[in-house]
Design a protein around this ligand. Sequence first.
Ligand code: FB9
Length: 499
Amino acid sequence: MAEEAVLGYLENNEEISDSGNFAEVKGISHDELVNVIKSLNGFRLVDAQDIKREKWVLTNEGELYAKYGSPEVQLFLAVPPEGITREELQKIVASRLPDDIEEKLKSSMFKIGSTQAIKNKWIEMGKLKVSRKVQHVEDRVKELLVQIQAGEAVGSEDIDALKRRKLITPQTWKGYSVKKGPKYAPKRKKVATDLTRENLQRGEWKELEFKEYNFLAKGQPTEGGCLHPLLKVRRQIKMIFLQMGFEEMPTNNFVESSFWNFDALFQPQQHPARDSHDTFFLKEPATTRRLPEDYVARVKKIHESGGYGSRGYGYDWKREESDKNLLRTHTTAVSSRMLYALAQGGFAPKRYYSIDRVFRNEAVDRTHLAEFHQIEGLICDRGLTLGHLIGVLEDFFSRLGMSELKFKPAYNPYTEPSMEIFSYHEGLQKWVEVGNSGMFRPEMLLPMGLPQDVQVIAWGLSLERPTMILYGIDNIRDLFGHKVDLSLIKRNPICRIGL
Ligand code: FB9
């Protein structure tokens, strides 16, 4: 239909000067006509040239003023010659508004109308009442909007005034002018793209015209697998740990007991982090099934009355508290399992690491979700000191490209001493907190059965923070979660960190 209209018209006419007018005259949609013009142009049956027209269209508010009049005129007409109180005036204006106006706009009509009427010096807003300053007013705004709706020209000053009040907005219209092309024909000959069995059997092949091969056409992009930026950074950090002689810990259990997540770490049962405001507890299964009873007894004791020179916390430790299942709040829960296992089978020095998801019931914001990926490293050996911890941190972070570190005393329930780690970030031109660290307390290690002269130094950081900085992402929802743009996953640079 549209194709025949275009080719037929060009048979006896030099040009279709405006596709918009042509579509209107022929009673076809302009979008459909544009698609036909593009196709005929692609096969060179026509020669199409772009046309662009800027025109003004009314906003929703503009449409209302054009239909019902501007709020300033409506407000002026509601003021009687003897004047009126502000409250009365507000009621009259509201009662005269049509029902189909949005509530939000209704409530602002009085304010817009009175502000504009005062600006036009039509009314005076006294302390007691509102009175007219003129006898008669013209609704210039409504006239202009109706003119624009009719496609009539309006002066630039009036346009600016209407634009400032957000009553009109620019709209770009795109169309084509069309002439005969080098391969014009009054009727497009169907070009075959395949030679079929039917063509051969019926002998149609003799009349068939085949579409030329377009060797310049790009092939369909092949969709291959892609690694998420988080996984690219995770792989780089894994390589750093492996190069430093660390073994990966098994982190394939998001669900953990409070015992391994808190009690084994000598974290008291009253600690705020153990509250359901900070931790996700499970309803089903609500409690853990099995714990090493002899170890539990030692943990109970160390919390209640101390031991090994520690005073403990002096509270009644409750088993049912430690049986509660939760989503692990840190991968240190895995570290406690690994250290306990290490103490059972004849101690040997170890370097362990983990990188996996942890869950915290915290307020989410631009850089924090209720879950993140924690990176944790630990070294278990005899005679370790804080100096060893500082040394291994400088080695680890230098491989991440952070050569200058500063340490600040901190507190963790399960490490003493503890340090926050800071690094000067050249790109951001400021000191950035890059992690936390410490030496696991004897109250944690000795009940496990580790020898008295064994210490454990450990540290942690998140995977999201470095990834967001390295990939220039400032909102975590653009990196992780259901709103992530798949093109970020499909197209992002390789991860280049460290040395
Ligand atoms: O990752 C963090 N910051 C960071 C890390 C790397 C980085 O690299 C850039 C390329 C240059 C940039 C920034 N932080 C830890 C510090 C802050 O971002 C902090 O605001 C957020 N922290 C998380 C916890 O927030 C709920 C990051 C996460 C964190 C904090 C502490 C640990 C693990 C993760 C730990 C631990 C620990 C301590 C002692 C023993 C064992 C584990």
